[in-house]
Write a protein of this length. Sequence first.
Length: 277
Amino acid sequence: MAQLRSVVRLKSDDEIVPLLEQARLRVAYAYGYLQPPLRERSEWFALVEGEQAAWAALSRAYDPPALIVWGPDELLFRLLAEAPIPGTVYLTVLEEHFPAADRVFRLQGGQPMWRMWVNREGFKPVDWSRALRLRPEDTAEINRLYRRGAGSFITARQVSDGVYYGIWQDDRLVSVAGTHFIDRVHRIAAVGNVFTDPDFRGLGYATAVTGRVTADLLDLVDDVVLNVNRSNTPAVRAYRRLGYEVVANLIEGVAERRHIGPFWRLFGRIIPGQEGR
C-alpha cells in the first residue's frame, strides 16, 4: 500500500502564489491573506500528489477564523481531516468542492454566493459625481452607517490602506463602498463593505460608490472581484451594470468540525458509514 503524503505548511509567496494562480479569480480572496495585516495572522496548508494539489488558507484575524479551501475531492478531504484547523471556522468553498469539505466540516446555514469579476475592458462607468473619497477621519461615520444594518465594522487603518467612497446627504453618510484588500504585486483587489442606508435605496447610490471604487482599483490592478449573495437581486443588477460578471459559485458560512474516525488514515479514504454525523 502506498504511503499517504502528509500535509505541509506553506511559508513563502514562492510556494503559495503558484497554487493560487491556477484558479486566480475563483480563489481571489485568498490573495488578501498575503497582505498586511492579515499576513501575520494567516496560515497556509497544502497536500500535493503528483500534479494535483489541495490547499487551505486560514486567517486567525477573524472570530471565528476564516478558512478558504481548494482542491480535488479526495485530496481536499484528506487535507481538511489532517491539518491543524480550528474546530469552528468561517468557511468559503467553491460549490463543486463543497461535498469534500462537508465530509469534515458541517456548515451551519451556509449562504450561496456569487464571485463576480471585472477588468478594464469590461468595466462600464456610471455617473458617480456624488461619490466622495472617504478618509480615516470618516471612520466613525462609516461605522454609524453600518450599524443601520450592514453588520460590518471597520478601522481607520482599513480606510487608510484601502479605497473607500461614500455619498453624503447633508452631513450624513448614506452610502458607502470600500475594499477588502488590494494586492498590487499580483494585481488583484476585492471590493467590499458596500452598504446604503435603507431610507436611501433605489436611487443608484450603491452603483455609484461601487463604480467609483472599482474605477480607482482598476488604475492599480488588473482584476477586481467581489462576492454577493445570489438572492440579493438589486445588488447583482447594480454590479452587472458596472460590467461585473459571475466567475464562480461559492458557499460560505460558519462551519463546525465533524468527528472523523481513524479509518481514513488507514485506507486513504473514509470508509462509508464511518463519517462524522
